[in-house]
Design a protein around this ligand. Structure first.
Ligand SMILES: [Zn+2]
Length: 174
């Protein structure tokens, strides 16, 4: 790492610490959010008897005339998330971080999730800002964010859903 990169990383860490301080929550609560910002994806962590989860929603704004756009990332951080409602069934391939291969699972198409505390972080690659604010639940997700919430809540509650490995598929000539 270059010297100026280390300085910038320090500056980022300090602004991150200040943002956390202003929210008056224990630092460990933010772990899944930090993972989502640094490594992407959704995360769940069991920490000091707290269940923590981050779920990411991506929205791409694209100007078809100027042919330029950006993907906004809305990251929702939940403390002790509770699945209040799920609707629909979607069969899909998923790869979990602690597995090597993908598996076929069933996920709800939409979910309603509440939590003891909910924070929204909007990462904007256009202006290099991560806007954070407290949210009042419950929140509704559909599509990828709903699959992500269902996946992470299963981890937090140690629920093992029936999974079908890729070798149960069969190639067919079209
Ligand atoms: Zn997983």
């Amino acid at each position: 790492m270059q010297k100026d990169e280390i300085q910038k990383l320090l500056k980022f860490s300090i602004s991150e610490k200040e943002a956390i301080k202003s929210l008056n929550l224990p630092e460990e609560v933010f772990l899944p959010l930090f993972f989502s910002i640094r490594f992407g994806g959704d995360w769940s962590v069991n920490k000091n008897s707290k269940k923590l989860m981050s779920v990411k929603e991506k929205v791409t704004e694209y100007d078809t005339d100027k042919k330029i756009g950006y993907t906004l990332e809305k990251i929702y951080l939940f403390v002790n998330p509770v699945l209040l409602k799920e609707e629909g069934v979607v069969y899909r391939m998923e790869k979990c971080g602690n597995k090597n291969e993908r598996e076929l699972v069933k996920r709800p198409y939409s979910v309603i999730v509440d939590g003891k505390y909910i924070l929204e972080a909007v990462l904007n690659p256009k202006d290099l800002k991560i806007a954070i604010k407290h949210m009042k639940g419950p929140l509704k997700f559909h599509g990828p964010a709903a699959y992500g919430a269902s996946h992470e809540i299963d981890h937090l509650n140690d629920i093992k859903n029936p999974k079908i490995p890729f070798w149960d598929f069969e190639y067919v000539l079209g």
